[in-house]
Write a protein that binds this ligand. Structure first.
Ligand code: ATP
Ligand code: MG
Ligand code: MG
Length: 406
């Protein structure tokens, strides 16, 4: 229901109200986890209305959203019903019903990024096929569906061999490593068997992992956040350093690959491009997320425009903001569950108590109702005058010596 507001513009959608604030468009977000929560925080500053669809009554975004519809983002009927209240539909998780989104697009529902992008990315094998067709450098990979071709892959790529689930992967759940040919059957079984949809990747002995967040506006203009280094613990993003401590030549290569990857996908929004840096200076693509990302949490405090505001600007058709850093250095530490239940809550509470006394430290607690080991419960971003200072402040928070500082 597009309307003319008498000022010559008919760009506002679905509400029929006169313009107020920066946009009247209601943003619908599939998923209400911590990324959805931080989208709501960015939206509230500009009084943009965000409605979320998430099955969990007490999901992290629930208390901050304009409305929370309790329902499943991978259920076609729920997504169709939800779309009726939204001017634009976006995601904070890629494991949504992409087929329904494609049908909704044909009926004129505005999805950003496009359903085709979600469909390609949510299947990590399809994603790899797509990017290799675009000439983007990435580790060798191969589909597997029986023991014979898995053994063949082992011969081709050598060991250790990385085996991955095609779908529903996050935080390394869905990945497993086989160190020998003999281990293949048990590793495949641990991932749910061949029926689950598996593929293999050549092991990449990277020296660093990098990430670039690329924003694309509706007019197709593109803007990149600084290249960061991501440090994983048990396959889970744990620490992010911004800017990455790599030569300019590597930064340029990382940004070029990230932009090329994002340009091959359709729609507006922010996209995170996860990369491997090898010791001979090659940059390979690991995977892309079609949404705000853990490697961009630091932008809330360290950049002129955060990745969350940038995503909203992009999907709402507003000009992109300035992604450059307004502080010389930032380090982000994920608060991962260290224990189940109350014991875990107690440890996290203690850590945050210490962080409150550290200069430049900013605490984010996602308010998840349940504590589990290795679950992302919150994060702390420390900003400061130099890379060494923010590292020392993190080390003092974690009570450890800064390597090389004495
Ligand atoms: P996310 O939470 O980022 O979506 P995911 O479950 O999709 O994670 P991946 O990004 O595929 O998992 O892998 C998680 C981590 O495992 C990577 O960040 C990297 O540290 C390691 N890893 C993945 N693929 C390889 C590989 N081919 N060789 C070596 N290490 C790898
Ligand atoms: Mg992933
Ligand atoms: Mg990943």
């Amino acid at each position: 229901s597009s309307q003319d507001h008498g000022d010559g513009s008919s760009s506002e959608r679905h509400d029929g109200l006169p313009k107020r604030g920066v946009s009247n468009t209601v943003v619908g977000v599939l998923g209400g986890g911590q990324l959805g929560r931080m989208l709501c925080q960015a939206a509230s500053q500009m009084a943009v209305k965000v409605v979320i669809l998430d099955p969990l009554e007490s999901c992290p975004a629930s208390g901050l959203a304009y409305q929370h519809v309790v329902g499943s983002f991978d259920d076609g009927d729920a997504v169709r019903e939800f779309a009726k209240r939204c001017g634009v539909l976006t995601v904070e998780i890629e494991h949504v019903d992409a087929i329904t989104l494609e049908k909704l697009e044909l009926q004129g529902i505005d999805c950003q990024p496009k359903a085709s992008t979600i469909r390609i990315i949510q299947d990590k094998y399809l994603q790899k096929v797509h990017f290799s067709q675009q000439g983007i450098p990435l580790p060798d990979f191969m589909e597997i569906d029986n023991l014979a071709n898995t053994e063949k892959a082992g011969e081709l790529f050598g060991y250790p061999l990385m085996i991955k689930s095609k779908r529903l992967a996050y935080d390394g759940r869905g990945n497993a490593v086989a160190y020998t040919k003999e281990e293949l059957p048990s590793v495949v079984a641990a991932l749910g068997g061949f029926d689950h949809g598996l593929y293999v990747e050549r092991w990449t002995p990277f020296v660093k992992e990098l990430s670039v967040i690329v924003a694309r506006a509706r007019d197709n203009s593109v803007s990149c956040f600084p290249v960061v280094e991501t440090i994983h613990k048990n396959n889970i993003c744990h620490i992010v350093e911004s800017p990455a401590d790599v030569p300019d030549k590597i930064k340029k290569l990382a940004v070029d690959i990230a932009q090329k990857a994002v340009k091959s996908l359709e729609g507006a929004g922010v996209f995170a491009v996860e990369l491997f840096l090898t010791k001979d200076g090659q940059v390979l693509l690991n995977e892309v997320a079609p949404r705000p990302h853990n490697s961009g949490h630091h932008t809330i405090e360290s950049c002129y425009t955060s990745q969350y505001e940038q995503h909203l600007r992009a999907i709402l058709g507003l000009p992109l903001g300035d992604p450059s850093m307004k502080t010389p250095a930032a380090i982000m530490y994920n608060i991962l569950g260290e224990d189940e239940g109350e014991a875990g809550f107690h440890l996290a509470h203690q850590l945050m108590g210490k962080a409150l006394k550290i200069p430049g430290a900013n605490i984010h607690w996602y308010d998840k109702p349940e504590m589990r080991k290795l679950r992302k419960m919150g994060h702390i971003t420390i900003v400061g005058p130099s890379k060494n200072v923010v590292k020392e402040r993190l080390d003092s928070l974690l009570e450890r010596e800064t390597p090389g500082s004495h």
